[in-house]
Ligand binder design. Structure first.
Ligand SMILES: [Zn+2]
Length: 81
């Protein structure tokens, strides 16, 4: 028993994680029923990272979709280049 046989089978657990999950999302700050698109939700989103606001966006089918948030254009621009 014993001996240092490390390195014969190196598994890189931390180096190659895709960065897609690092997308910055804007979160809903206010929502309601859309005046423009019948039967749809509208909502305002704000990014907690850069503080930018989306303004009223229309055309969300479900509240779930609104709660999920939308990707922040500003922050993701910087990440993806
Ligand atoms: Zn942002």
């Amino acid at each position: 028993m014993g001996g240092t046989s490390m390195g014969s089978k190196t598994i890189n657990m931390f180096g190659d994680i895709p960065r897609k999950t690092a997308r910055v999302m804007m979160h809903m700050t206010d929502c309601g029923i859309s005046d423009f698109v019948d039967g749809y939700q509208c909502a305002i989103f704000q990014c907690k990272k850069c503080g930018s606001e989306s303004g009223w966006l229309h055309g969300f089918k479900t509240v779930t979709e609104v709660k999920r948030g939308i990707p922040c254009d500003e922050c993701n621009k910087k990440v993806e280049k």
